[in-house]
Design a protein around this ligand. Structure first.
Ligand code: PLP
Length: 469
């Protein structure tokens, strides 16, 4: 089969990019080609500009190479697993080899399993459903809701926001010591904050968890697209991420790590693919023998294209040279921070302070501006797509803003004299496909808006600020 697959794959270039890639030939510090880089959008003030996508933390554009790989495979798409036909076998092979690629990309231990899911949210809910009975969970209040909320049925301890990475480790250690001795326990932590972009001390937190007999899952939704992640080096038990933030927006995510809890748990979804054999019992019921591989939690027809797209993105990032990508992103981050520091009205949100290591994600508020208004003006007048709000991390953003859940606001600027504060923030985020010009345009736009105000009128519609047309 593999000889036949490689014939087709070579003909379609499905694997040719990977072969070229594995010799590490194409190292670059330039932005990687992404879809949509030439798309133009209308400005409310007239004319068009190329769209500056600065909302990578929500969803990153597809890498051109991912798109090309998927397009090359698409005609060969077939049902996976039990299909007898040629294309079914090819697709099965591609699906399983994608698993191997992700395993390698994440630096997994040999026995670790890679489960394809729909997203990070799905991955963490899968792990939550697989917790052993009586499992305790420890999670910082600063997490994205995807990492904060799945543990509601467990004995969960929410930890206060730390103000340094050292305090994060000490807070976790104290909580673990306080609640010891315990049976199974899990710590859930992000690698990089989706609000501040700041890196969390994952290795140290893993050591603290393990020292107290707990396990740890890393939410790498924001880390994996920007930084190499090694399960083995970080000594973590599981890692979760989403394809659509890793330049592979085809509806797949990953949970990778230790097999034991996953294989001891009931399948996440009951159905075909997860079951090895099913038989009627003499008493009229049904006996099921479930798989003990990753398939146990992948019931139903798997998203082959989604899995393949993730594998393609993993290869593309590896081949581009993660060191070069990280170095370039660091330069752009410094340029962004330096530019914003020149605007006294801008306050950048930070948990760990000035010297913290960070990825290309930054949130801020502008004195005298409603954040939704500011973001709407960036879009309508400059063609820049950022995000405003609480970024599915309500407790963290409210802690950083000093705001209250009961407060609500309209499109108009908060009245500082009346003691009004920003109730939400603006987030700018970028990555491997971002050209320098997008950061430069963004800084120019921020300075101009702060100096001269918006050139257009805006109003509140369904809770959002929109230009008056
Ligand atoms: N974790 C973090 C840190 C995130 O930023 C996000 C999404 O923004 C998620 C988890 C959830 O990812 P998804 O929506 O792909 O499930």
């Amino acid at each position: 089969m593999s000889a036949r697959l490689s014939t087709v794959a070579t003909a379609t270039s499905v694997t040719s990019a990977s072969a070229a890639a594995s010799d590490g030939a194409c190292r670059t510090a330039a932005p990687l080609p992404v879809l949509g880089r030439d798309v133009t959008v209308p400005l409310v003030t007239g004319g068009e500009v190329t769209y500056a996508a600065l909302d990578y933390a929500a969803s990153a554009p597809a890498l051109q190479r991912v798109w090309d790989d998927v397009a090359a495979y698409a005609p060969y798409y077939g049902s996976v697993h039990r299909g007898a036909g040629y294309l079914s076998q090819l697709s099965t092979d591609l699906f399983e080899s994608s698993r191997t690629t992700v395993h390698r990309f994440l630096g997994c231990r040999e026995a670790d399993q890679v489960v394809f899911t729909r997203s990070t949210t799905d991955s963490l809910n899968l792990l939550a459903a697989a917790l052993p009975a009586g499992c305790r969970v420890f999670v910082f209040e600063t997490e994205h809701h995807a990492a904060l909320l799945p543990w509601q049925d467990a004995d969960v301890t929410y930890l206060d926001a730390p103000r340094t990475t050292g305090e994060a480790v000490r807070t976790l250690e104290a909580a673990l010591a306080d609640r010891a001795p315990f049976g199974p326990a899990l710590v859930c932590v992000t690698g990089a904050s989706n609000v501040t972009g700041e890196l969390w001390p994952v290795r140290e937190l893993a050591a603290a968890a393990h020292a107290h007999g707990a396990r740890i899952v890393l939410d790498a939704a924001q880390l994996a697209p920007h930084h190499p992640v090694s399960v083995r080096d970080l000594d973590i038990d599981w890692v979760a991420f989403s394809g659509h933030k890793l330049y592979a927006p085809f509806g797949s995510g990953v949970l990778a790590g230790r097999a034991d809890w996953l294989q001891a748990a009931e399948p996440y979804l009951a159905g075909g693919g997860a079951s090895r054999t099913v038989a009627r019992r003499p008493d009229g019921g049904v006996d099921v023998e479930w798989h003990t591989t990753a398939a146990r939690h992948e019931a139903g027809s798997p998203n082959v294209i989604g899995a393949y797209a993730i594998a393609s993105a993993c290869k593309a990032l590896t081949d581009a040279g993660f060191d070069a990508l990280v170095a370039r992103e660091r330069q752009l981050t410094e340029q962004l921070r330096a530019g914003l520091a020149e605007v006294p009205e801008v306050r950048v949100l930070s948990l760990f302070g000035e010297g913290a290591a960070r990825v290309g994600v930054l949130s801020f508020v502008v004195e005298g501006w409603n954040s939704s208004h500011f973001a709407a003006a960036l879009s309508a007048e400059y063609g820049i797509g950022v995000r405003d709000g609480l970024f599915c991390a309500h407790p963290l953003v409210r802690t950083l803003l000093g705001s209250d859940p009961a407060e609500t606001g309209e499109c108009g600027a908060p009245d500082a004299a009346a003691g009004e504060r920003s109730l939400n923030a603006i987030r700018v985020s970028f990555g491997a496909g971002t050209p320098d010009e997008h950061i430069e345009r963004f800084l120019r736009a921020v300075k101009e808006l702060v100096r001269e105000g918006a050139r257009w009128d805006y109003r509140t519609e369904n809770g959002r600020c929109v230009p008056v047309v």
